[in-house]
Design a protein around this ligand. Sequence first.
Ligand SMILES: C[S@@+](CC[C@H](N)C(=O)[O-])C[C@H]1O[C@@H](n2cnc3c(N)ncnc32)[C@H](O)[C@@H]1O
Length: 275
Amino acid sequence: MQNAERLYLDLMKKTISFALWPDPPIPMEALNDDRPPVKRFLVSTVAKVLDKAHLQIVKSQGDTEVQRREGRIWPGYADSMIGLARLDNLQTSIEAVLRDGVEGDFIETGVWRGGACVFMRAVLAAYGVEDRKVFVADSFAGLPRPDTDKYPADKGDSLYARSYLAVSKDRVAENFRKYGLLDDQVVFVEGWFKDSLPTAPIDKLSILRLDGDMYGSTIDALENLYAKLSPGGFCIIDDYALPACKAAVSDFRAKHGIAAEIVDIDWTGSYWRKA
Ligand SMILES: C[S@@+](CC[C@H](N)C(=O)[O-])C[C@H]1O[C@@H](n2cnc3c(N)ncnc32)[C@H](O)[C@@H]1O
């Protein structure tokens, strides 16, 4: 790779993860999910009044640079929460499939603001690849309520209540656009994974990146997509540190006799390469 492309991808990773700047304080109402109803009502009422005068009350998050770099927090401004090590892993995985001629498109299941998918598209642009697509799969409305009859491991999961995790398709598309990367190599797959993935227009994959946090979201993606992953393709698990996600991966691998070594990326990301 030429120096200019390498520098472009380096800058993209730092920009997408907001690593070039300290995180500014975030508006008080953005933290409303954590507040009891009366406080929540007061904060949003005051915020609305202040907004009319172009004023905001903000709160410093107090996160350290290391926490942000390692993708250990829910960031205020970054377009991806996965941190630099997992973005590096995404780049080296894509470079490996391009180098080795592994056939197939790329997908992330669970995209939030879309930053990791934007980065996938940027790597294709940097290498001048025009015959691979990036599938962007999400409800674009946050996580589902746990289906504990089907997936008991998700019992007690309350991420569905977090409005912070619900990012609209328009906002994700706008994020691609602002980096100059929204085109017909980007395909949105909207809906709950159990409904959207079985009929998604996907033929072959070379990068399967799972970031849906829950047992159900992880197993739904694996059951519907792993068979489409080409030999030599990468199965990347963002949430391996979460017990429910890890259990889904273990159950799926046991059921399908997958023995490929699982490699740690950082404190939570892991991957294996399909034999
Ligand atoms: C932790 S965020 C993903 C972070 C993202 N990969 C990044 O680069 O910052 C989890 C995302 O998964 C989505 N999600 C989780 N389970 C889902 C499901 N079963 N169906 C559709 N979307 C789901 C949520 O809407 C949310 O956008």
